[in-house]
Ligand binder design. Structure first.
Ligand code: CA
Length: 233
């Protein structure tokens, strides 16, 4: 037993995809457990407490969305990355609202998955250190405790809402936050569907965080779904 390896549980019914993922992940140093159905995935999660779950949605017994709901209802917060052919924003949003951490549309290349897994691990490490009082990415530095944002050492003048958006994204780095999540957090329930507010504020935020006339690459848009504070660069 190699207990220092990161334990990944693969919930996927297609043997070929399982094989493809297994080979790539073992090669990258992960330990892999496999489940062929949603029910088996839930049982294994309870039993072995994996560090990460890779979850297909189209499973033979129960839908992957239900797997996410069941685990989160049991207060099992293992990071879940959905791997699915379903690419509709509504399906992605549902998975994220149910408590998935990230979503990758099939087909994808192994390198893409590996980059996402590294991000999830980094996030886990950040969480371990109390979310980090100070977050740095490229030229940006966010002092969470002092509510101060600096760019190349200079303080950026953000409005309270702009800061709240950036703060929420940065505290959930490398995780997709849906429009609704951000609107609820920053504006509250009465404005949870006012997507245009968010679009306008994100535009302002990107402008204020420009360096050499370029908008920041760490503020990524997921069309029709939401935004990610991406620290993988
Ligand atoms: Ca499937």
């Amino acid at each position: 037993m190699s207990s220092n390896k990161i334990k990944v549980l693969l919930i996927e019914d297609e043997p070929q995809i399982r094989r493809f993922l297994k080979i790539g992940l073992i090669h990258s140093g992960y330990a892999i457990e496999e489940a062929e159905s949603g029910g088996e995935g839930i049982r294994l999660t309870r039993a072995i407490r994996p560090d990460l779950i890779l979850l297909d949605l189209g499973l033979p017994d129960i839908d992957g969305q239900q797997v996410i709901q069941t685990l989160r209802a049991e207060k099992i917060y293992t990071p879940i990355m959905v791997l699915s052919v379903r690419n509709e924003p509504a399906e992605i949003i549902r998975a994220l609202d149910n408590g998935a951490d990230n979503y990758l549309v099939k087909p994808f290349i192994m390198e893409e998955l590996q980059a996402h897994l590294r991000s999830l691990q980094r996030r886990a490490v950040q969480a371990l250190h109390g979310e980090g009082e100070i977050l740095e990415v490229q030229d940006l530095r966010i002092d969470l405790a002092r509510h101060e944002v600096t760019l190349k050492g200079k303080v950026v003048d953000l409005s309270p809402k702009e800061f709240k958006i950036l703060h929420e994204l940065a505290c959930h780095a490398n995780r997709v936050l849906t429009h609704r999540h951000l609107l609820l957090k920053v504006w509250g329930p009465a404005q949870a569907d006012e997507h245009q507010y968010l679009r306008v504020y994100m535009g302002q935020l990107r402008k204020k965080l420009m360096v050499n006339g370029k908008e920041p690459t760490y503020l990524r848009t997921l069309q029709g779904v939401g935004y990610i504070f991406d620290t993988s660069d």
